[in-house]
Design a binder for this molecule. Sequence first.
Ligand code: BGC
Length: 760
Amino acid sequence: MQNNSSILALFILIFSVQVCIPVVAQKKSNMKDQTPNEVRAKKILSKLSLEDKCGEMTQLAIDVTLNGEPYNPVEPQSFDMEKLREVLIDLRVGSILNVAAHAYTRERWYEVMDTIQTIATKEKKNSIPVLYGIDAIHGANYTVGATLMPQQIGLAATWNPELARLSGEVSAYETRASAIPWTFSPVLDMGRDQRWPRLWETFGEDVHLASEMGVAMIDGFQGDDIGDKYHVAACMKHFLGYSIPWSGKDRSPAYIPERQLREYFVPTFQKATDAGAATLMICSGEVNGIPVHANPALLKDLLRTEMGFKGLAVSDWDDLIYLVNRHRVATDMKDAIRIAVNAGMDMAMVPMDTQFPILLKELVQEGKVPMERIDEAVTRILIAKIELGLFEQPFYPMSDYPDFASEKHTQISYEAAAESVVLLKNKNNSLPINTSQKVLVTGPTANSMQCLNGGWSGTWQGNNTDYDNKDKKTILQAIQDKLGAENVIYTQGTSFDKTQNLQAVTKAAEGVETIIVCIGEMSYTETPGNIDDLNLPDAQIELVKTAAATGKKVIVIMAAGRPRIVRELEPNADAFLMSLLPGNEGGRAIADIIVGEINPSGKMPYTYPRYANALMTYDHKGTDLPKYDFSMDNFDPQWEFGYGQSYTKFAYSNLKIINQTLSKDDSIEISVDVKNIGNRAGKEVVQLFITDKVASVTPSVKRLRAFEKINLKVGEIKTITFNLPISDLKFIGIDNQWIIEPGDFEVTISNLKSDFEVIN
Ligand code: BGC
């Protein structure tokens, strides 16, 4: 044992040095600090054999237990009871995940869960219930007929944390109503690379906005007690550094200096940890040459010792074998298991390979994985199961959930969708349009639920129309409802990348006043969403130009997971709406915005680039700006983070800072008046940015430090007051620690600016 711990210590030291994160001694837990759930977990643990423990640490995909092959179940699906018993009784597997191939009905979910939990708790010797996990990332998206909410990027565009909370609450309710207690959500990776195919799964590019949204969504998922029948355990993911791969491609290497890692990528996870997120998923990628699954400096020293996360850490899909065949840091699966478990992984999402518990047991017997590490991991898993109430009642009767897909939930989804749409251009008040006219609707995203819902909707890629909820409306159908089908002509014009019939578009435009061109992307996620070119395919640019050439009013709707470049087509649009995967009610919300029943209030959660080679975030550095002519004003995005118009106008005045000289322990009070000076009620997001004028580490040009969404009637004026602790102005200093430096700061709210000073 002695020997093993010194090898482990050396191993930790080597990895820590490589990512430059200082090793901090592990805190010893004190018996009397233990929570009742921890005491209960340890009692259960004391009765478990090594086989039981290795089984508890295993998570398999449901495929492994079904008739048919992994990824290819026999339909209609059914358990192969022999395989299921082998998994649950012989291997003692503690967790199962996912759907095989496609969404299940609620009835099927109940059958699945009943069969699994009955065997686990009645036939298996240790009687420990199974922890079932699912990607319910925008509603219970793997349950037929569930309420599908906007994806995270859409929620971020609402700038309304209450909608993120409600969205989490609806998702939790409908996930439990599908007999499942654990969701792999939210994504707390920062959406700071516009090429990455999972950008839309994030809350966008800003740390503050993403932190507020993440905490709110977790609150909705977990409520006060994850053990009640309406809440689930959240799983913040993917820790850490997944979202800015060097190549822009999913699951490819990231290179993130420790300062950036700490300043931009840790805070969302820290805030969620402080807010009590129950579980965490480890990042599939490698950061600075070290796969995260093999990095104790991140998984132990940073996550546990520094950040204080106590919950269970599950691997991502197949990431152990990837240590062998992709990252090449392990010689074989057994070596990979040794590395990942010792690095701090508690549960392995293997997900189709049943060797994990067998090989892990051998590793323990050979002294290559210490028993303390196993006990630590299994204790965390048992605590999650206890907190979720699985030992008392693994799931509740279906009849306990009358609100599944109810009008109430649909309304929440609609409100979130309506606030998520961003009006980016509105030349001569082209929008809203009057309803007594004929319109032409065209484009590849016009008549598709996939382009509103995105990936993880019915199926993994979200691209199978069989799982569309037939009552829900595409953009085209919702416009037909508003204007009357006889007033809406539809011709698709082009597919996503191939022109079909532009003459038909020109011809159809003859009898209409307005052309609504719906462009964008098909649904995708992860590796299948990788692209080589952020430019929008030519076929779609041509479609917009064809529409403009008719001389009719052109409204462009971009429905996409990431900002495909529109520089060339944008001048052809009279109005431009951004649809950020608003979910099942998105079509209705967009149609209501087009006719003016809803006043748009979404703001961009990321910076929309103008050129594919000029990908920047709003909070770039001063030196990010040099132009070919030596000027320093080369930040010229199509639309900046935070931007979004309304059908009304807001005037800002009276920016006041109560005390303009403050010390580091003070809070600063900043107030501003906002007035609705237009002729419609509207919602506005008051955004407070602060610029650190001089700092020992080059400061960003500005950072969002606070925001508030308000509702103003015509002529109404509100005074908004922000109370900001000066400690929020901290940054990661030269020695890679958070510091606050005295000096001058500038506040910007809308077009107003004011200064203050922080003294020692
Ligand atoms: C994804 C995770 C997801 C997991 C389980 C992985 O491929 O990266 O985000 O939670 O699969 O479905």
